[in-house]
Design a protein around this ligand. Structure first.
Ligand SMILES: Cc1cc2nc3c(=O)[nH]c(=O)nc-3n(C[C@H](O)[C@H](O)[C@H](O)COP(=O)(O)OP(=O)(O)OC[C@H]3O[C@@H](n4cnc5c(N)ncnc54)[C@H](O)[C@@H]3O)c2cc1C
Length: 446
């Protein structure tokens, strides 16, 4: 079968492909999405949503166990992990239905199957032995990434597992070695240790989250130790001890889904196999764009969404919008969460002063019984503009969006009249004021 009725063909229905497809349809384009697996991509099915659901489930358990703090006498029945996984799957299915409904509302077709290039305008799609050819003017590649493998260790889905396998375990293992102390490793360590698994977390660099602020990394380390996680840093041979563990979870990075015959369309890739794109998300071939993880920038769902939306507009209106990475917030669902954001030229900034506000001094943190952590703020001493925020503490994943807006709007100061009281957001202001020794919520410093 051969189809050529589409203005734009999108490969992949993760955050990048989904957003690109919907935005292009909003501009009046006739769009088709080709998806080899489930609608929603890594984010919905094996990434952001399942991890955060399991984290929230753990948080709920802890809230029940601590409900006496609010005057309740609640007891918890033994946890059946398979029930939690089933709830997670039901939530994912419901969100997926919502996404399918949105695609259908914009008359976006979905073709199930594996897409690969025949030439720069033609894709073949293979599904259950049947091949369909799809020809079009414009193609958006949003094929994402998959767990990367470590030399000599093959994921067997049983003992040596990846993040997708871990998110589908029906029982909590007695113990687990997690290789990789980045965001995913920390989230997995938090979730599984919280449900009773003895975790050893191994990172080859000297710190967990090696690319983040060392104070944040240290606070996360302390909190994980408090939860009973064993942490091995500067550890390069942890896999040598694999036999000692019931499960070994390898989360050392992501590899591009690049088995789509890119060479047949002459699409250039980097040494690591990601697609090279310019500031408009255009590949080396004029009519082909690439967004999200496969373009290898931040490997984050909202980067994928942003690139998807911008690409759709660039295709429909001609290249007009450049990708702006001035501020890109990050969050890790440790317990409590941690998050950070800084201006993109932070490493070149001079004359920086720092302020810090601990949640032990926040009345809202008392109300929430969430007093662990702090907000740290970097400020340009001359212009008084905030340059970065780092947060460890409850709801830091939400607070960081406010911090991003503050940085993005290039404010010269943060004003108290915009902050509701009692709120955790006030802590951003308090950390900022502390940089000048002017925080009224902290004692005078010596
Ligand atoms: C455990 C984990 C937790 C994460 N948590 C977060 C988080 O909290 N926040 C966050 O921002 N990011 C998180 N991420 C990262 C986030 O999931 C990705 O950055 C995001 O999904 C990338 O979106 P994408 O559209 O580029 O690709 P994907 O979401 O990977 O989607 C790609 C889609 O393309 C399809 N596809 C691939 N090849 C083909 C082909 N040849 N033919 C047809 N279809 C194809 C795939 O089946 C897939 O559905 C997490 C990732 C993991 C693994």
């Amino acid at each position: 079968m051969s189809l050529n009725k589409y203005d734009i063909v999108v490969i992949g229905s993760g955050p990048g492909g989904f957003t690109a497809a919907v935005r292009a349809a909003q501009f009046g384009a006739k769009v088709v999405v080709i998806e080899k697996s489930f609608i929603g991509g890594t984010c919905l099915n094996y990434g952001c949503i399942p991890t955060k659901f399991l984290w929230q489930s753990l948080k709920t358990k802890q809230k029940i166990q601590k409900s006496y703090e609010y005057g309740f006498k609640a007891t918890l029945e033994p946890v059946i992990f398979a029930d939690i996984i089933a709830k997670k799957d039901r939530n994912i299915a419901n969100i997926r239905k919502g996404m399918e409904m949105i695609l259908s509302s914009y008359s976006i077709d979905i073709i199930n199957g594996f897409a690969s290039f025949k030439d720069k305008n033609t894709l073949t799609v293979l599904d259950s032995g049947i091949t369909t050819e799809v020809s079009t003017d414009k193609i958006i590649i949003a094929s994402g990434t998959k767990p990367s493998v470590v030399k000599n260790f093959i994921f067997d889905g049983d003992k040596i597992i990846n993040s997708t396998d871990a998110l589908n375990l029906k029982e909590i293992p007695k113990n687990m070695l997690i290789i990789g102390g980045g965001a995913i490793g920390i989230e997995m360590a938090t979730i599984f240790s919280g449900f009773g698994c003895h975790i050893t977390l191994a990172e080859c660099e000297n710190y967990l989250l090696p690319n983040d602020d060392s104070e944040i990394s240290e606070e996360i380390r302390r909190n994980l130790l408090r939860q009973g996680v064993d942490i091995l840093t500067a550890c390069t041979n942890a896999l040598g001890d694999a036999d000692k563990y019931e499960k070994v979870l390898i989360v050392t990075g992501r590899a591009p889904n690049n088995d789509l015959n890119f060479e047949k369309a002459r699409i250039k890739t980097t040494q690591k196999g990601f697609i090279e794109t310019n500031e408009f998300c255009q590949t080396s071939v004029n009519n082909i764009y690439a967004v999200g993880d496969i373009a290898g920038k931040n490997l984050l769902a909202y980067t994928a969404q942003n690139e998807g939306a911008i690409t759709a507009e660039n295709i429909v209106k001609g290249n007009s919008i450049k990708i702006d990475n001035f501020v890109v917030p990050q969050a890790v669902f440790s317990m409590p969460q941690s998050a950070s954001v800084k201006v993109s030229n932070f490493s070149q900034c001079k004359d920086i002063i720092f302020g810090k506000f601990p949640f032990t001094a926040s009345s809202r943190a008392f109300i929430e019984n969430e007093r662990t952590g702090f907000v740290k703020c970097a400020v340009d001493k001359i212009s008084k503009k905030p340059l970065a925020f780092w947060i460890v503490g409850a709801h830091s994943d939400e607070l960081i969006n406010t911090a991003s807006q503050i940085l993005k709007s290039n404010m010269e100061h943060i004003s108290r009249e915009t902050m509701f009281h009692p709120s955790l957001s006030e802590s951003l202001l308090n950390a900022y004021e502390d940089a000048f020794g002017k925080c009224t919520e902290l004692p005078k410093s010596c």
